[in-house]
Design a protein around this ligand. Structure first.
Ligand SMILES: NC(=O)c1ccc[n+]([C@@H]2O[C@H](COP(=O)([O-])OP(=O)(O)OC[C@H]3O[C@@H](n4cnc5c(N)ncnc54)[C@H](OP(=O)(O)O)[C@@H]3O)[C@@H](O)[C@H]2O)c1
Length: 334
């Protein structure tokens, strides 16, 4: 079977395709013929050596979907022919995160899914509902679960206001799921064209963060001087201080991403004075994944897929994602 691995050094050029023997499932394990994968910003960081992972060599990528082709002894949850998608943290099934659960991320602590065949423990998979294609299901494990965790840990309810940043994978799922919860979404983007798309998807207002560098003031104006209830904070160091200004007194910031860098100089004073609740979000559990699938099925929410590349064109797909021209998810079809 073909698979990709980052061999002995990080860097795009050191991720190569290899030919290996097809693995077999052991006790409690399931062999999956992979059909699709999706890219996350994390994959770019990992391949470039800017994200902590276990020692090399490493098969990259966390998000993939496929068909069960063989099951090991003792497997009860799946049978050959079932359509499945892997969960991001193979050992975080439910409850709060702990060290063992956090140390089970695909394509980081464990080998990932960028291979024609992958063996999973049966607990590390969820069934794909009929209305999702393999490509659509492959978009969910990291971005959709993170968005769901970010919204629910912020206590999203009907009538609240949510601020999303940019038009990447996490932010678009957050927009779709917040709309399904009956919330108002204010979205930012660096492109007017993308803002139009975000408004078509249900954002009530769009702000171009390049044309309006003090976009946080516009968020406050749009919320009658109050600020938003919940911020899905994917910007990091360059946006955090602005998020603290844009959130309402007693509001919530879900800390998710570091698109503009990881260390800044926003002090704690604004958070204290505003009684802001903040929650670091690290993807989520299988239970959260199952919840997000239920919500998306109920509301017939389809993942937004920008482009689909072939398995052989993974580097092209990564460069495309790095360029930032996508909206939603970039996908590989095997
Ligand atoms: N904590 C977790 O568990 C977790 C899980 C998933 C992702 N993340 C993190 O969340 C972030 C987003 O991930 P992703 O996979 O959704 O990324 P992505 O799909 O690559 O999205 C990137 C998008 O972010 C927008 N952006 C860039 N700079 C921005 C800025 N200064 N202000 C607002 N938006 C900006 C751009 O949208 P426009 O072109 O529209 O401006 C860009 O297309 C990354 O830092 C990633 O590492 C964390």
């Amino acid at each position: 079977m073909k698979y990709y691995a980052i061999e002995s050094e990080f860097g795009f050029d050191n991720m190569k395709m290899f030919d290996g023997s097809e693995p077999g499932p052991g006790f409690g394990q399931v062999l999956v013929k992979m059909k699709a994968a999706s890219l996350n910003y994390r994959d770019l960081l990992i391949i470039s050596g800017k994200y902590p992972v276990r020692s090399l060599p490493l098969i990259p990528f966390s998000d993939g979907a496929g068909e069960v082709v063989e099951i090991g002894e003792g497997v009860t949850r799946f049978k050959p022919g079932d359509r499945v998608v892997g969960i991001f943290f193979q050992k975080w099934l439910s409850g709060p995160i702990d060290a063992a659960k956090a140390n089970s991320a695909l394509g980081g602590a464990l080998d990932g899914i960028l291979a024609e065949f992958v063996v999973f423990h049966e607990d590390g998979l969820v069934a794909i509902p009929a209305h999702f294609s393999y490509e659509e299901a492959a978009t969910l494990p990291c971005a959709a679960v993170t968005a769901w965790n970010g919204l629910t840990s912020g206590g999203i309810t009907c009538g609240q206001s949510v601020l999303t940043m940019g038009s990447g994978g996490v932010s678009i799922f957050a927009l779709q799921l917040a709309k399904a919860a009956g919330a108002r979404v204010i979205a930012t983007s660096g492109s007017d064209c993308k803002l139009e798309r975000l408004i078509q998807m249900g954002a009530s207002d769009g702000i171009n963060y390049k044309a309006v560098p003090d976009w946080e003031n516009r968020v406050i104006e749009l919320t009658d001087g109050i600020g938003v209830d919940l911020v899905i904070e994917v910007g990091g160091a360059g946006t955090f201080a602005k998020s603290l200004r844009a959130v309402r007194l007693g509001g919530h910031i879900s800390l998710i991403g570091v698109l503009t860098g990881a260390s800044g100089d926003a002090g704690p004073t604004a958070a204290i004075r505003k009684s802001v609740r903040m929650q670091g979000i690290y993807v989520g559990s299988r239970e959260m994944f199952e919840a997000v699938i239920r919500v998306m099925t109920l509301h017939r929410i389809k993942p937004v897929i920008d482009r689909v590349f072939a398995f052989d064109a993974v580097k092209e797909a990564l460069h495309y994602m790095k360029s930032g021209s996508h909206i939603g998810k970039v996908v590989l079809s095997f």
